[in-house]
Design a protein around this ligand. Structure first.
Ligand SMILES: C[S@@+](CC[C@H](N)C(=O)[O-])C[C@H]1O[C@@H](n2cnc3c(N)ncnc32)[C@H](O)[C@@H]1O
Length: 306
């Protein structure tokens, strides 16, 4: 393993620092099976999704630039903003990909660390940081987030972003202690995942497909539209239950995209006036019960207490 080519100092590409990780038996097995039988891809979504992200970093960026992609980042950032401490804080972005959620904080003067398995996305993060002239405040680790306890063995972060990543990881209960351990007391975890309940609404309102909506009522799996691979669907309560044995409290709960995904006309969202008004509506709905409960994503602001 080696440093990313072109990484200038003091930007640290720390693949060398990642603990050597031998693929697990299931990963080796799945890899062999996948090559022989492409249809078994769904056997291990974590491994396969990472490959998908690596191979489709351009499609991922295109998704981020769509109106609904932009809404996701605008809203999640606005909801988190009041919980970001004074400068300079230290922010860990787990599964941070190309840094779209966290580079904004480096631009504001905070120090960020991105951990992700997809090297291509980390290259994109590095490029964005370079262009913005903030490379000295961005550190990236090309690692599995399952290594978090090895990478960061003591409390050092004020904020940890877990945005749309835990649904790709098997046995998440194994990594939660490491995540909580590297968070400072009074630090914040911003936890975002796709809302299990939203899929029924998306199928009926966006796809106009009552049969698929009916089939999805109890469904805990979703096939990613960008990558055609399955991911897990959680409810907010179910995902928080993995964190509840620690000294953590939910400070706030938001819904991201309470209506966008249920409007079947996607082209109207390109209209600047419509988009601005939609963004204002989404921002208000996402912080109001009961509208926030059926949003496409939930965002929990979790605080570590003494
Ligand atoms: C849906 S993207 C979200 C990216 C980013 N958090 C954001 O909101 O823009 C999921 C990311 O998780 C990463 N990922 C998935 N499983 C991972 C794992 N076990 N360790 C590290 N990264 C992982 C993928 O490579 C991808 O960048």
């Amino acid at each position: 393993m080696g440093a990313l080519k072109g990484a200038s100092q003091p930007f640290v590409f720390t693949q060398d620092a990642c603990p050597e990780r031998t693929p697990s038996a299931i990963e080796v097995e799945v890899e062999g099976l996948r090559e022989a039988h492409p249809l078994v891809a769904q056997l291990n979504f974590g491994l396969i999704m990472t490959k998908a992200f690596n191979q489709h970093s351009t499609q991922w960026q295109e998704y981020q630039e769509q109106p609904w992609g932009r809404l996701f980042y605008i809203l999640s950032n606005k909801y988190l903003q009041p919980y970001i401490p004074n400068l300079p804080s230290k922010i860990l972005d787990l599964g941070g990909g190309n840094g779209r959620s966290s580079i904004v904080y480096a631009k504001a003067g905070h120090n960020i660390v991105i951990v992700d398995l997809a090297e291509n996305l980390l290259n994109d993060a590095k490029r964005s940081a370079d262009e913005a002239g903030i490379i000295d405040r961005v550190e990236v680790y090309n690692c599995d987030i399952r290594e978090v306890s090895t990478l960061f063995s003591k409390p050092e972060f004020d904020v940890i972003l877990c945005h749309n990543v835990l649904q790709y990881v098997d046995n998440i209960e194994d990594i939660i202690p490491g995540i909580v351990n590297c968070l400072n007391i009074n630090g914040i975890i911003s936890l975002i995942s796709m809302n299990q309940y939203s899929e029924v609404y998306r199928e009926i309102f966006h796809e106009l497909n009552p049969k698929a909506a009916l089939d999805n009522i109890e469904n805990e799996e979703y096939i990613s539209s960008t990558f055609k691979e399955p991911i897990r669907l959680f409810t907010a309560g179910e995902l928080f239950s993995y964190f509840q044995n620690f000294s953590l409290i939910i400070e706030d709960q938001f819904g991201i995209r309470c209506v966008n995904d249920y409007i079947s006309d996607d082209s109207i969202k390109e209209d600047p006036t419509f988009f601005t008004e939609l963004e204002q509506l989404e921002f208000e709905l996402g912080r109001k019960y009961p509208y926030n409960l059926l949003a496409r994503f939930f965002q929990l602001i979790i605080k570590k207490i003494p």
